[in-house]
Design a protein around this ligand. Structure first.
Ligand SMILES: N[C@@H](CCC(=O)N[C@@H](CS)C(=O)NCC(=O)O)C(=O)O
Length: 216
Protein backbone atom coordinates (compact mmCIF):
# COMPACT_ATOMS: atom_id res chain seq x y z
CA UNK A 1 0.00 0.00 0.00
CA UNK A 2 1.18 3.53 -0.74
CA UNK A 3 1.93 5.89 2.15
CA UNK A 4 1.79 9.63 1.52
CA UNK A 5 3.46 11.85 4.11
CA UNK A 6 1.63 15.14 4.19
CA UNK A 7 0.67 18.37 5.87
CA UNK A 8 -2.89 19.48 5.06
CA UNK A 9 -3.09 21.97 2.19
CA UNK A 10 0.59 21.53 1.32
CA UNK A 11 2.43 20.38 -1.79
CA UNK A 12 1.18 16.90 -0.90
CA UNK A 13 -2.25 17.92 -2.21
CA UNK A 14 -1.65 17.19 -5.94
CA UNK A 15 -0.47 13.61 -5.33
CA UNK A 16 -3.33 13.11 -2.89
CA UNK A 17 -5.78 14.23 -5.57
CA UNK A 18 -4.10 11.86 -8.02
CA UNK A 19 -4.38 8.95 -5.56
CA UNK A 20 -8.06 9.67 -4.99
CA UNK A 21 -8.73 10.03 -8.70
CA UNK A 22 -7.01 6.68 -9.25
CA UNK A 23 -9.03 5.00 -6.51
CA UNK A 24 -5.74 3.90 -4.97
CA UNK A 25 -5.45 2.11 -1.66
CA UNK A 26 -3.24 4.45 0.38
CA UNK A 27 -2.71 5.89 3.82
CA UNK A 28 -1.91 9.46 4.82
CA UNK A 29 0.65 10.13 7.53
CA UNK A 30 0.67 13.65 8.95
CA UNK A 31 4.08 15.26 9.40
CA UNK A 32 4.24 17.41 12.55
CA UNK A 33 6.56 20.40 12.85
CA UNK A 34 7.78 22.43 15.80
CA UNK A 35 7.59 26.21 15.90
CA UNK A 36 10.99 26.48 14.23
CA UNK A 37 9.71 24.42 11.31
CA UNK A 38 11.66 21.26 12.16
CA UNK A 39 9.92 17.97 11.47
CA UNK A 40 9.36 16.23 14.79
CA UNK A 41 6.95 13.46 13.84
CA UNK A 42 7.08 10.81 12.59
CA UNK A 43 10.59 10.35 13.92
CA UNK A 44 13.14 9.77 11.18
CA UNK A 45 11.06 11.58 8.55
CA UNK A 46 14.01 13.65 7.32
CA UNK A 47 15.85 10.45 6.45
CA UNK A 48 13.05 9.73 3.97
CA UNK A 49 13.04 13.26 2.57
CA UNK A 50 16.48 14.86 2.72
CA UNK A 51 14.97 18.28 1.86
CA UNK A 52 12.76 17.90 4.98
CA UNK A 53 9.71 18.91 2.96
CA UNK A 54 6.37 17.29 2.18
CA UNK A 55 5.27 15.29 0.31
CA UNK A 56 7.06 11.97 0.46
CA UNK A 57 5.47 8.93 -1.13
CA UNK A 58 6.49 5.44 -0.07
CA UNK A 59 5.43 2.41 -2.10
CA UNK A 60 7.20 -0.74 -0.99
CA UNK A 61 10.91 -0.09 -1.42
CA UNK A 62 10.29 3.09 -3.39
CA UNK A 63 10.75 6.37 -1.54
CA UNK A 64 9.78 9.29 -3.75
CA UNK A 65 9.91 13.02 -3.08
CA UNK A 66 8.87 16.00 -5.21
CA UNK A 67 5.15 16.44 -5.70
CA UNK A 68 5.32 16.48 -9.49
CA UNK A 69 7.32 13.24 -9.58
CA UNK A 70 4.82 11.66 -7.19
CA UNK A 71 1.96 12.71 -9.50
CA UNK A 72 3.65 11.23 -12.56
CA UNK A 73 4.39 8.01 -10.68
CA UNK A 74 0.75 7.67 -9.63
CA UNK A 75 -0.45 8.38 -13.17
CA UNK A 76 1.83 5.64 -14.52
CA UNK A 77 0.95 3.14 -11.79
CA UNK A 78 -2.79 3.53 -12.32
CA UNK A 79 -3.16 3.80 -16.12
CA UNK A 80 -6.91 3.14 -16.02
CA UNK A 81 -7.39 6.50 -14.28
CA UNK A 82 -6.04 8.30 -17.40
CA UNK A 83 -4.29 10.96 -15.34
CA UNK A 84 -1.83 11.57 -18.21
CA UNK A 85 -2.44 11.52 -21.97
CA UNK A 86 -0.91 8.57 -23.87
CA UNK A 87 2.90 8.58 -23.52
CA UNK A 88 4.61 10.13 -26.49
CA UNK A 89 1.53 12.02 -27.71
CA UNK A 90 1.55 15.78 -28.22
CA UNK A 91 -0.89 16.17 -25.32
CA UNK A 92 1.45 14.14 -23.10
CA UNK A 93 4.33 16.43 -24.01
CA UNK A 94 2.21 19.51 -23.35
CA UNK A 95 1.08 18.11 -20.00
CA UNK A 96 4.74 17.70 -19.03
CA UNK A 97 5.29 21.29 -20.10
CA UNK A 98 2.51 22.67 -17.90
CA UNK A 99 3.34 20.43 -14.96
CA UNK A 100 6.95 21.60 -15.17
CA UNK A 101 5.93 25.26 -15.31
CA UNK A 102 3.66 24.69 -12.34
CA UNK A 103 6.33 23.05 -10.21
CA UNK A 104 9.55 24.81 -11.17
CA UNK A 105 8.18 28.32 -11.64
CA UNK A 106 4.78 28.75 -9.99
CA UNK A 107 5.19 26.45 -6.98
CA UNK A 108 8.72 27.73 -6.43
CA UNK A 109 7.41 31.29 -6.52
CA UNK A 110 4.70 30.48 -3.98
CA UNK A 111 7.33 28.91 -1.72
CA UNK A 112 9.36 32.14 -1.91
CA UNK A 113 6.24 33.99 -0.82
CA UNK A 114 5.52 31.58 2.04
CA UNK A 115 9.14 31.21 3.19
CA UNK A 116 10.96 34.43 2.11
CA UNK A 117 13.55 33.89 4.84
CA UNK A 118 14.83 30.88 2.88
CA UNK A 119 15.66 33.10 -0.09
CA UNK A 120 17.56 36.05 1.35
CA UNK A 121 20.10 36.54 4.11
CA UNK A 122 18.88 40.14 4.42
CA UNK A 123 16.37 40.38 7.27
CA UNK A 124 15.12 43.63 5.72
CA UNK A 125 14.69 41.99 2.33
CA UNK A 126 11.77 39.67 3.06
CA UNK A 127 9.11 41.94 1.64
CA UNK A 128 11.15 42.45 -1.53
CA UNK A 129 11.38 38.67 -2.01
CA UNK A 130 7.63 38.40 -1.61
CA UNK A 131 6.98 41.31 -3.97
CA UNK A 132 9.09 39.69 -6.69
CA UNK A 133 7.24 36.44 -6.12
CA UNK A 134 3.84 38.11 -6.46
CA UNK A 135 4.93 39.76 -9.72
CA UNK A 136 6.04 36.42 -11.12
CA UNK A 137 2.81 34.75 -9.99
CA UNK A 138 0.73 37.40 -11.74
CA UNK A 139 2.64 36.75 -14.98
CA UNK A 140 2.29 32.97 -14.68
CA UNK A 141 -1.44 33.34 -14.00
CA UNK A 142 -1.90 35.16 -17.28
CA UNK A 143 -0.04 32.44 -19.17
CA UNK A 144 -2.09 29.71 -17.48
CA UNK A 145 -5.37 31.50 -18.11
CA UNK A 146 -4.53 31.82 -21.81
CA UNK A 147 -3.77 28.09 -21.95
CA UNK A 148 -7.01 27.17 -20.17
CA UNK A 149 -9.10 29.21 -22.61
CA UNK A 150 -12.49 27.55 -22.72
CA UNK A 151 -11.04 24.60 -20.80
CA UNK A 152 -12.33 23.22 -18.69
CA UNK A 153 -8.83 21.80 -18.09
CA UNK A 154 -5.32 22.76 -19.18
CA UNK A 155 -5.44 20.27 -22.04
CA UNK A 156 -9.11 20.84 -22.82
CA UNK A 157 -11.45 17.97 -22.01
CA UNK A 158 -8.93 15.64 -20.33
CA UNK A 159 -8.20 16.07 -16.63
CA UNK A 160 -4.54 15.37 -15.86
CA UNK A 161 -2.23 15.56 -12.86
CA UNK A 162 -1.26 19.05 -14.07
CA UNK A 163 -4.82 20.13 -13.28
CA UNK A 164 -4.49 18.72 -9.77
CA UNK A 165 -1.32 20.77 -9.40
CA UNK A 166 -2.90 23.94 -10.75
CA UNK A 167 -5.98 23.65 -8.53
CA UNK A 168 -3.72 23.34 -5.49
CA UNK A 169 -1.75 26.45 -6.40
CA UNK A 170 -4.99 28.32 -7.10
CA UNK A 171 -6.08 27.41 -3.59
CA UNK A 172 -2.79 28.69 -2.21
CA UNK A 173 -3.16 31.98 -4.04
CA UNK A 174 -6.17 32.83 -1.89
CA UNK A 175 -3.51 33.76 0.71
CA UNK A 176 -2.17 36.53 -1.53
CA UNK A 177 -3.36 40.13 -1.34
CA UNK A 178 -6.46 41.23 -3.19
CA UNK A 179 -5.53 41.98 -6.78
CA UNK A 180 -3.04 39.09 -6.92
CA UNK A 181 -5.28 36.12 -6.20
CA UNK A 182 -5.46 33.72 -9.11
CA UNK A 183 -9.22 33.03 -8.82
CA UNK A 184 -9.78 36.71 -9.60
CA UNK A 185 -9.00 35.59 -13.13
CA UNK A 186 -12.26 34.07 -14.49
CA UNK A 187 -10.48 31.35 -16.48
CA UNK A 188 -8.52 30.19 -13.44
CA UNK A 189 -11.59 30.28 -11.20
CA UNK A 190 -13.53 28.25 -13.78
CA UNK A 191 -10.64 25.78 -13.97
CA UNK A 192 -10.56 25.35 -10.19
CA UNK A 193 -14.31 24.85 -10.10
CA UNK A 194 -14.13 22.21 -12.83
CA UNK A 195 -11.52 20.30 -10.83
CA UNK A 196 -13.50 20.71 -7.60
CA UNK A 197 -16.64 19.40 -9.29
CA UNK A 198 -14.96 16.06 -9.94
CA UNK A 199 -16.06 13.68 -7.24
CA UNK A 200 -12.64 12.42 -6.14
CA UNK A 201 -10.62 15.59 -6.72
CA UNK A 202 -13.29 17.73 -5.07
CA UNK A 203 -13.36 15.49 -2.02
CA UNK A 204 -9.57 15.67 -1.77
CA UNK A 205 -9.51 19.47 -2.10
CA UNK A 206 -12.09 19.89 0.66
CA UNK A 207 -10.24 17.43 2.90
CA UNK A 208 -7.05 19.46 2.36
CA UNK A 209 -8.84 22.64 3.47
CA UNK A 210 -9.49 24.24 0.09
CA UNK A 211 -12.84 25.76 -0.90
CA UNK A 212 -15.51 23.89 -2.85
CA UNK A 213 -15.70 26.70 -5.37
CA UNK A 214 -14.37 30.14 -6.28
CA UNK A 215 -16.66 32.81 -7.68
CA UNK A 216 -15.91 32.87 -11.42
N1 LIG B 1 9.54 20.99 -4.80
C1 LIG B 1 9.07 20.36 -3.61
C2 LIG B 1 8.63 21.44 -2.62
C3 LIG B 1 8.11 20.84 -1.35
C4 LIG B 1 7.91 21.91 -0.29
O1 LIG B 1 8.65 22.91 -0.21
N2 LIG B 1 6.93 21.66 0.59
C5 LIG B 1 6.66 22.62 1.63
C6 LIG B 1 5.23 22.55 2.06
S1 LIG B 1 4.15 23.01 0.74
C7 LIG B 1 7.52 22.29 2.82
O2 LIG B 1 7.52 21.17 3.28
N3 LIG B 1 8.26 23.29 3.29
C8 LIG B 1 9.06 23.18 4.46
C9 LIG B 1 10.35 23.89 4.34
O3 LIG B 1 10.70 24.35 3.24
O4 LIG B 1 11.02 23.98 5.36
C10 LIG B 1 7.92 19.40 -3.92
O5 LIG B 1 7.18 19.68 -4.87
O6 LIG B 1 7.76 18.36 -3.27
Amino acid sequence: MITLYTIPGSSATPPRIALDEAGADYELVQVERDEAGNNISPSGYDALNPMATVPTLVDGDLVLTEAAACCLYIAEKYPDAHLMPPAGSDDWAQTLRWLTLLTNTAQASFLRWYYPEHYTADADGLEAVQAASVAELARVAEVLAAQIGDGPFLLGAQFTVADAFLATLTGWSADLSAGCRWPENPAIAAHYNAVAQREAAGRALIAEGFPATFAA
